[in-house]
Structures are given as structure tokens and as C-alpha cells.
Design a protein around this ligand. Structure first.
Ligand code: ADP
Length: 671
């Protein structure tokens, strides 16, 4: 059964303008048979163009039925309509609508790249385009740009473009409106030729001469057909036509079709492209370098703390001075008992690896054969575990051993500065020194010298310490207060939580002594944890500031792409008319902004590495304990990469959707 080319039943269409509806078609009825050549005439504003865009599947009717080659347009999706325009309909416009960036050949083959969704291999349409151009007398002009051609030649290019897909229907909107009479005649003859070959030709025209050459003229006025019913018997041509399965746009289709276009467009506006990319380059570079530097600084600072031991804690026990007399139950707490309170602890808390009592008394003087250090010496009573717990190492000699503790040996390990000042170049090992305060004094034999050690606080000066076995310390005439055990140094297993152990110990002694004592655990770990939190926050803050830079850069891209949409309105309209689905248009703009962002992002990553390495190098020139090194922070790269991706997507979204939403008719009419 032969289907009419076009069948319209009671079709209505209104434009919406500032909330008002402007009716253009009001109940149009029309049949055009296959193989006809029909002119559509009517006064300006009667709805001719609107009709043509409805016939071209570029507008959707508000009401009524439109059937083209047996297919009901209202039931077709966006992709099918795009496919339909591409394969069944060829458009010829009054303004030619050629892409000025492409030569004649490029313009003729343009529809062949659409629709992107159609499956199967793409044929080479260039040979076919050349043949068609040859036939239309454009053989010599293939590499010319449209602006180098006359109006008649440009319109022939447009007709060649309409023929490239061998569409059975040609829709022409005032095809001779912009041409002189000679060119008009040529174009009209061309259209007639196509008609004789079996194509259906619909021409909108103002010209009586043009209309006279057609088989039939349909007059419309106020959006209705007023004259020119379907009377002529159709030329017998039959076309079977079915839709292929239109799949979604594959990634490779996107790359193959959209990216070259995107690149082409970016290249044509390269100054603008470059300036816009700068924003993202700077943004990405600052995200990468800020996060890397922040983490780098954090690690450097934490490293200096880690040397003091992160699985150790100091436990202190003091009388509760704030306790009221009436609250006191039982004896007042004075100090811990080493046998009852300290020695059993490792059994009660298995995570305790080492434990040492810490006794100390200050302001002593040290004397050795006429040389002395006045009132600066701190005498400490320790055991064999003290040095390992506090990570102290010996510069020479040997450490305090368990048998020294058992035997109350009068031996001592002296701080580095003590050794330097009392012995100068001499070897102190085996030499006796005298340690004195007020009238009391004692002597000990030096068995070891500890390495110089940095202390956080001035009052602890490990380099001015004289350490003796605590049993010996307790036998010395030190003050009553100093003989009480009020501090223990504890090392826990690496896997244990120091903070937890501290809290458990505190609870343990609070239970044992009640309110009489005040117990507290302090640990570098806690300090380090606080420091880490602070430094992490600091890094995040730096990253956020950098992110703002990136957002500004991304807004630059959005802005540029929006401008680009506006500049390319006609191009977008044309591509849609030639068979680009909305999705394909959206992808095109997405491809552009993604490409921009990724290229800029890659440069940004490079710049970022240069920036932070440069800063570390500069820093290493001014800070003695900072050495230059190569830094690679995987997380910073991951975050920067995600940021690039997000920027690309977010900055492309608005323009892409805007381009997609464009009505073909408005896009084509814009200048
Ligand atoms: P013709 O092609 O016969 O000159 P059109 O189809 O262009 O007529 O226009 C039909 C009617 O629709 C006119 O009244 C016109 O003002 C109106 N119209 C056309 N395009 C738009 C538009 N984009 N927005 C609002 N009204 C429009």
C-alpha cells in the first residue's frame, strides 16, 4: 500500500512568547502524496515556516495528527526523529545555512556523521559527495569555503547536502528567496530534476514563478489551508522504510564524532580557549600543590614528635590538695608504693611492656677534680627500662643494669653536657664524680654518657642529668618529698592504645586511693593526635582555598561555553535539522568542556608538581633541618583528578543542557 508523503489532520501549533500563546497553525488539514512537487504559498505570518518545521520533525504539534511516510511523528522519540530527518528529509533553506568553517565537501558530507546513534559501519560518503557535487556543477569548488561562492552556488551546496543521504523528500524554505533570477531558475530546474527522479519536493515560496513550476500550490492563511486540495494523482513511487534499532551514544561514537568537532571549534577560538584554560590550570595546580604541601608539612612536624616515642606515657600521682578535711577517709595519700603499686602493674595490664619509676631532685652541683657545674644538675633515680622507654641512647659506656638496681650500686650515667663540662677531652668512664646540694653530697662512678638530646621544655635538660639506680637514689640524703614515687614511665605494646591504657591506669588508682590522690596520664601520643587533627584541618583548609580557585576556573569554562552556544546557535540548529539528536548536541558541548578541563587539568598537574617542588626547594635553602626531596602524594593526585573531572562535568552541564534545549527553528532564525 502506498502511503502519502505527508498527512496532516487538524494540526494546531502555538508559539509561547512571554507567557502568551501566539497561534501559528489552527487546524491544518493537508495531504501530499509521494513524488509530488508542491508549492506552499501564503501571506507573511500565515504559518508557512511553522508548517515546514512541523513537516521536518523539528517542532512538535500541540494537537492533531502528523503522519510522514506512514509514520506518526507524535509517537517518535527524539532519536527516531533525528534519524528521520537524517534519512528521509533533505532541507534547503533561504539562508543556505552552510558551516563557514568547512569547505564545500565538508558541508556536503555533514549529514553523513549523523545520527551518532545509528548502528553499523559508516560508509565513506566523500566519494558520493564528490559525485553529487560534480553533477550540480560544483566539481571545481570542493575545497572552497562557502563565503567564497556566489549565492546560487551556495544554494547548490545546500541541495547537494540534502541529497547526500538520498532522502526521498526535499523540504525547501524559500530556496530562491536570496538569489537573482538566473540563479533562481537554475535552482528551480535542479529541484524539478530531482522531482522527475521521483523525489517528493515541498517548496515554500513567495514567488508566483516558482509556484507555477510546481504541480500544485497549497495556499494557506491564518494557519489554515484555504486552497489547493490534494487533486493531482501521485507519481507512483514506493518506499519501504523501517527504523533500525537506535542505540545510545557509545563512548567511542562520542570520541569519534564529537571530539574532532569540539577540537575544531576550540582551535578556531584558540586565544579565548587558552585564556579560559589558564583558570583551570591555576586551580588544579593549587589544589595539587596545597594538598601535597599541607601533607608534607604535617608529616615533617609529626616526624619530629615521633622520635620522642609514641607508645609511651608518663603516669603521675599527687596528693589531692583540694580535698577538704571532712572528705578525707582513711590515711592521706602521699605517694605511690613501688612494690605494691608499680611492680604488679605489668601483670594487671598485659599491654605494659616496660615500666620504670622516675625519681628526681634538682639544683645539684657536680664536681670532678677541680671542675664543677653549679646548681644546674638534675639527679634522677631510674631503672634499666628508663632509657629504652624514653628512647635515650648512650654516646659511650654502658647503661644502668638490673644488678645495679638490685645492689644499690653507686654508679651513674651522665648527660652529654655534664661529660663535656666536667671532663672536656678526658674519658669519663670509670671516673668518680661528686654530686652535692647544700651540705649533703654523694659520689658515683660514671659508667655511661648519654647522647645529646633535644627537650621540648627548658626545665627538662637531659644533657644536664646525672642518673643513678633508683635504689641508690632512695638511699641518698634527698628530701622527703623527692623520695615519694609520683611518676612512672610506661611503654605499651605498639598495637595497644596508649590513651586507653592511661585512662585505665587512672581509673585503677582512683579506685584504689579514692579522692585522696590525683592521678593523670600524659602522653606524647595524645599531643601528636591533637597536632595531627590540627594539621589535617590546616591541610583541608588549604585545599578548600585552592578549590575556590578551581571553581573560579571552572566558571570561566562555563562562561566560555555559554558564549559559544550563543555564537553557534545557527550551527546547532543546522546540526539538529540534519539529523543530530538532542543527546548528540549535548554530548558535543560536553566533549568540549571535558576536553578543555582535562587538557588544562594535565597542565595544572604538571604546574602543581613544579610549584610544590619549587617551594620545598626554596624552603630547604632557608631551613637547616629541611632537606630537598622528591614528593609524591597519591591522595593529592587523586583529589586533583576528581576535582578536574567534577569541574569538567559541572562546567559543561549548563551549556550542554542549554544547547540541547534549543528549538531548531529559533536557533536557525537567529543571526
Ligand atoms: P510565515 O512563515 O508564513 O511568515 P510563520 O510560520 O513564521 O509564518 O509564523 C506564523 C505565526 O507565528 C506568526 O504570527 C508569527 O508572528 C508567529 N511566530 C513565528 N515564530 C515565532 C516565535 N519564535 N515566537 C512567537 N511567535 C512566532
Amino acid at each position: 500500500m502506498k502511503q502519502p508523503a505527508f498527512e496532516l489532520r487538524d494540526v494546531h501549533y502555538s508559539y509561547r512568547l512571554h507567557g502568551q500563546s501566539v497561534p501559528a497553525l489552527r487546524g491544518m488539514n493537508l495531504t501530499i502524496q509521494q513524488g509530488e512537487m508542491v508549492a506552499i504559498q501564503g501571506p507573511s505570518g500565515s504559518g508557512k515556516s511553522t508548517l515546514l518545521y512541523l513537516l521536518g520533525c523539528m517542532l512538535d504539534a500541540d494537537r492533531g495528527l502528523i503522519r510522514i511516510l506512514g509514520h506518526e511523528v507524535g509517537r517518535l522519540g527524539d532519536r527516531e526523529k533525528a534519524y528521520f530527518r537524517n534519512r528521509q528529509l533533505g532541507f534547503v533553506f533561504q539562508q543556505f545555512h552552510l558551516l563557514t568553517s568547512r569547505d564545500v565537501l565538508g558541508n556536503i558530507v555533514l549529514p553523513a556523521s549523523y545520527p551518532l546513534e545509528s548502528p553499523g559501519p559508516k560508509k565513506d560518503y566523500r566519494a558520493r559527495a564528490k559525485a553529487i557535487a560534480e553533477r550540480l556543477g560544483l566539481g571545481e569548488r570542493l575545497s572552497h569555503k562557502p563565503q567564497e561562492l556566489s549565492g546560487g552556488q551556495q544554494q547548490r551546496v545546500a541541495i547537494a547536502r540534502a541529497l547526500i543521504r538520498d532522502a526521498p523528500v526535499i523540504l525547501a524554505d524559500e530556496p530562491t528567496g536570496n538569489l537573482d533570477s538566473k540563479s533562481s531558475e537554475e535552482i528551480l530546474n535542479l529541484l524539478k530534476e530531482l522531482h522527475y527522479e521521483g523525489k517528493t519536493v515541498v517548496i515554500i515560496t513567495h514567488s508566483k514563478e516558482v509556484a507555477a513550476q510546481c504541480q500544485r500550490t497549497i495556499w494557506i492563511r491564518d494557519g489554515q489551508v484555504v486552497e489547493g486540495e490534494d487533486r493531482t494523482p501521485p507519481v507512483a513511487v514506493e518506499r519501504a522504510f523501517d527504523f533500525p534499532r537506535l542505540t545510545g551514544l557509545g563512548f567511542w561514537n562520542l570520541l569519534r564524532e564529537s571530539l574532532p568537532q569540539a577540537l575544531d571549534n576550540l582551535w578556531r577560538n584558540r586565544t579565548r580557549t587558552l585564556l579560559t584554560m589558564m583558570g583551570v590550570v591555576v586551580g588544579v595546580a593549587s589544589v595539587l600543590s596545597m594538598i601535597t604541601l599541607g601533607t608534607f608539612t604535617k608529616d615533617k612536624i609529626l616526624q619530629s614528635y615521633a622520635t620522642l616515642g609514641i607508645n609511651t606515657l608518663a603516669f603521675n600521682a599527687y596528693p589531692n590538695w583540694a580535698l577538704q578535711a571532712k572528705d578525707v577517709q582513711g590515711p592521706m595519700f602521699q605517694s605511690l608504693n613501688i612494690d605494691r603499686d608499680m611492680k604488679p602493674l605489668p601483670k594487671i595490664f598485659p599491654e605494659i611492656r616496660r615500666i620504670a619509676p622516675h625519681y628526681a631532685d634538682g639544683m645539684y652541683s657536680a664536681i670532678y677534680s677541680g671542675r664543677s657545674i653549679q646548681n644546674e644538675i638534675l639527679v634522677t633515680g631510674i631503672n634499666e627500662d628508663t632509657f629504652p622507654i624514653t628512647r635515650r641512647e648512650l654516646a659511650m659506656g654502658s647503661p644502668i643494669q638490673p644488678f645495679h638496681v638490685r645492689n644499690k650500686s653507686s654508679v651513674c650515667v651522665i648527660g652529654f653536657e655534664v661529660a663535656e663540662r666536667l671532663f672536656q677531652r678526658q674519658n669519663p668512664i670509670g671516673e668518680p664524680i661528686v654530686v652535692a646540694v647544700d651540705e649533703a653530697n654523694f659520689s658515683c662512678v660514671v659508667i655511661g654518657v648519654s647522647k645529646p638530646m633535644y627537650a621540648k621544655e627548658r626545665r627538662f635538660r637531659p644533657d644536664l642529668e646525672v642518673s643513678v639506680p633508683y635504689t641508690y637514689f632512695l638511699s641518698l640524703p634527698v628530701g622527703w618529698w623527692q623520695r615519694g614515687l609520683r611518676e612512672m614511665l610506661i611503654e605499651v605494646d605498639a598495637s595497644a592504645d596508649v590513651e586507653m591504657t592511661g585512662k585505665k591506669l587512672q581509673a585503677f588508682f582512683e579506685k584504689r586511693y579514692g579522692k585522696a590522690g590525683r592521678f593523670s596520664a600524659s602522653s606524647n601520643t595524645v599531643l601528636v593526635a591533637q597536632m595531627r587533627r590540627f594539621l589535617t584541618l590546616f591541610t583541608v583548609l588549604l585545599g578548600c582555598i585552592a578549590a575556590v580557585t578551581l571553581i573560579v576556573g571552572g566558571m570561566g569554562i562555563t562562561n566560555m561555553m555559554l558564549v559559544s552556544v550563543n555564537e553557534r546557535l545557527r550551527e546547532i540548529g543546522l546540526r539538529k535539522a540534519l539529523g543530530a539528536s538532542n543527546q548528540a548536541i549535548r554530548q558535543l558541548f560536553f566533549a568540549e568542556s571535558l576536553f578543555l578541563c582535562f587538557t588544562a587539568g594535565l597542565f595544572g598537574l604538571g604546574m602543581g608538581v613544579l610549584a610544590y617542588q619549587g617551594l620545598i626547594y626554596t624552603g630547604s635553602q632557608f631551613m637547616e633541618n629541611l632537606r630537598y626531596e622528591w614528593v609524591f602524594n597519591a591522595w593529592a593526585f587523586i583529589i586533583a583528578f576528581v576535582a578536574i573531572l567534577l569541574t569538567g562535568i559541572l562546567s559543561g552541564l549548563g551549556p550542554a543542557v542549554k544547547a540541547e534545549k534549543l528549538q531548531v527553528i529559533e536557533a536557525l532564525r537567529s543571526e
